[in-house]
Design a protein around this ligand. Structure first.
Ligand code: ADP
Ligand code: MG
Length: 344
């Protein structure tokens, strides 16, 4: 067979395979865009577990009229422009693929108004139609992305969608994850016309604890020990708690992005096993945690996988030992106190 360059639509659909697995992954990409746009409020509306409709509205910086079409194009991004930028990522997005991918497998409408523009504008891209149409539309400052009928044109993938309930639980989980990372952004989630979740922006310590309790459960925050340590460019903060009931909550953020990392898991586990030797904690209980690690973006590579759950640290050993030490310190300092039920 002759070698052909794939038409853009097909190329986008292939790329969509990597980031658009289900409604929850679309919501992840869109909410991350809103956060990158500096939004302080994000409203998420879904119907039928997101399979019928996903609508995300933010009050971020918006997109200028003449860039709306570009936003939908593949490899089009405002977040990096050079290899230098790629090596020091400070935004959640940078691949310029999400909107192109999502619009290749759904009916996507993008409406936006930046602060310095008199009126809002809207582009609509449906599946095969690669030239989006643009028209004026009223909109407050910010952006709304509406995604209808996911996978309507890729039936093989549509078949992998699960029940409304299952898709909803994935969405709920994604929103919890992001809401935990961006405590100063307010989130509202509506499902089938009903307000289901509301996480208010938290500033004060008290508000933050309230918000974490709303996301992780009151007993998590009550039983947890606070973690806060800094060394050179490395900062670690958060809460750790011996398991509460059966549910294990494990969220580890690196520069605002939730990651699943072997090295970090190892550091946490080692510190916990050590602490268990002093018999206050029990290994049977396992550990729940919400931990935020911040470091110089030049020290971590997030461009490992399209979904960006994996990272690579340039100085892996250093990061490992830092996390291990911070954990060990806080676990031993709190020995004998945390598990005393009368202290709660
Ligand atoms: P990436 O996030 O990797 O840059 P996307 O395909 O997700 O790629 O988005 C493409 C571009 O569209 C972004 O770089 C940004 O300039 C713009 N954009 C997307 N969503 C929003 C939003 N909610 N608010 C402002 N700009 C946005
Ligand atoms: Mg993006």
């Amino acid at each position: 067979m002759a070698i052909l360059i794939l038409p853009p639509q097909l190329a986008n659909q292939i790329a969509a395979g990597e980031v658009v697995e289900r409604p929850a992954s679309i919501i992840k990409e869109l909410v991350e865009n809103s956060i990158d746009a500096g939004a302080s409020r994000i409203d998420i509306e879904i119907e039928q577990g997101g399979c019928k409709l996903i609508r995300i509205r933010d009050n971020g910086c918006g997109i200028a009229k003449d860039e709306l079409g570009l936003a939908l194009a593949r490899h089009a991004t405002s977040k990096i422009s050079s290899l230098d930028d790629l090596e020091a990522i400070v935004s959640l997005g940078f691949r310029g693929e999400a909107l192109a991918s999502i619009s290749s497998v759904s009916r996507l409408t993008l409406t936006s108004k930046p602060e310095n523009q008199v009126e809002g504008w809207q582009v609509y891209a449906e599946g095969r139609d690669m030239l989006p149409t643009i028209k004026p539309a009223s909109h407050p400052i910010g952006t709304t992305v509406e995604v209808l009928d996911i996978f309507y044109n890729t039936p093989a993938r549509r078949r992998f969608l699960k029940t409304e309930k299952t898709e909803f639980s994935h969405i709920d989980e994604i929103i919890r994850r992001i809401a935990l990372a961006y405590l100063n952004v307010s989130f509202n989630l509506q499902h089938n016309g009903k307000l289901i979740k509301q996480y208010r922006a938290a500033e004060s310590e008290q508000q933050i604890e309230k918000r974490v309790a709303a996301i992780c459960g009151i007993s998590f925050i009550q039983k947890s020990i606070k973690l806060s340590w800094q060394h050179d460019d490395l900062t670690i903060k958060g809460w750790i708690s011996p398991n509460i009931g059966q549910e294990q909550l494990q969220y580890f953020y690196v520069n605002g992005r939730v990651v699943k990392d072997r090295l970090l898991n190892h550091a946490l586990k080692q510190a916990f096993l050590e602490a268990c030797k002093s018999s206050v904690y029990s290994t049977d209980e396992g550990l729940s945690y919400v931990i935020y690690l911040e470091l110089d973006p030049r020290q971590v590579d997030v461009n490992v996988h399209p979904a960006k759950h994996e990272v690579r640290f340039h100085e892996a050993r250093l990061v490992h030992d830092f996390v291990y030490q911070a954990m060990s310190m806080v676990l031993s300092a709190e020995n004998g106190y945390v598990l005393d039920p009368s202290s709660n």
